[in-house]
Design a protein around this ligand. Structure first.
Ligand code: DQA
Length: 147
């Protein structure tokens, strides 16, 4: 049975809580992880959390993902908008993935409106804060149940 979901946070997301709280909310990354883990456990999912500020490390986590997880939730931070390296690594996993952003990226600056990973994801969720991760878990759980 597939039930593992890896949640990969990218650059600057370790600064949640103190970083522009009016945009990203006041939860720290640790607090966000606790809430999302609680929700995932209720769904019977096993969650793995990773965060890095190093693009190559994010790519290597994606390379390893085929062995370590059944699905992905990606919030690569600013890399979302320009990292073809992350896009290619995601494509190579062949895993179901959901793109999540805490803020409403499509309503912010022009450069945030574009995502280079979106067409390799089942769905993208933005502007819902921590609830966006719960929505992503529901979608992935439904995908597990269908297959
Ligand atoms: C973000 C949106 C990105 O544009 C930004 O660079 C981030 C966070 C979000 O979760 O809203 O670092 O991915």
């Amino acid at each position: 049975m597939r039930n593992r979901v890896e949640i990969l946070h990218g650059v600057n997301l370790d600064q949640l809580g103190s970083r522009e709280p009016e945009i990203y909310g006041s939860l720290t990354l640790g607090e966000l992880e606790t809430q999302v883990r609680r929700f995932g456990t209720e769904l019977g999912l096993e969650l793995i959390f990773e965060q890095t500020n190093h693009e190559g490390e994010y790519v290597e986590l994606l390379h390893a993902a085929r062995e370590t997880t059944d699905a992905l939730i990606l919030n690569p931070g600013a890399w979302t908008h320009y990292s073809y390296a992350i896009r290619d690594a995601l494509a190579s996993t062949g895993l179901p993935a959901v793109e999540v952003h805490l803020s409403a990226v499509s309503e912010r600056e022009e450069f945030r409106r574009h995502s280079v990973i979106r067409d390799h994801c089942l769905a993208h969720i933005e502007g819902k804060g921590v609830d966006g991760y719960s929505d992503a878990l529901v979608l992935l759980n439904e995908a597990f149940e269908r297959s």
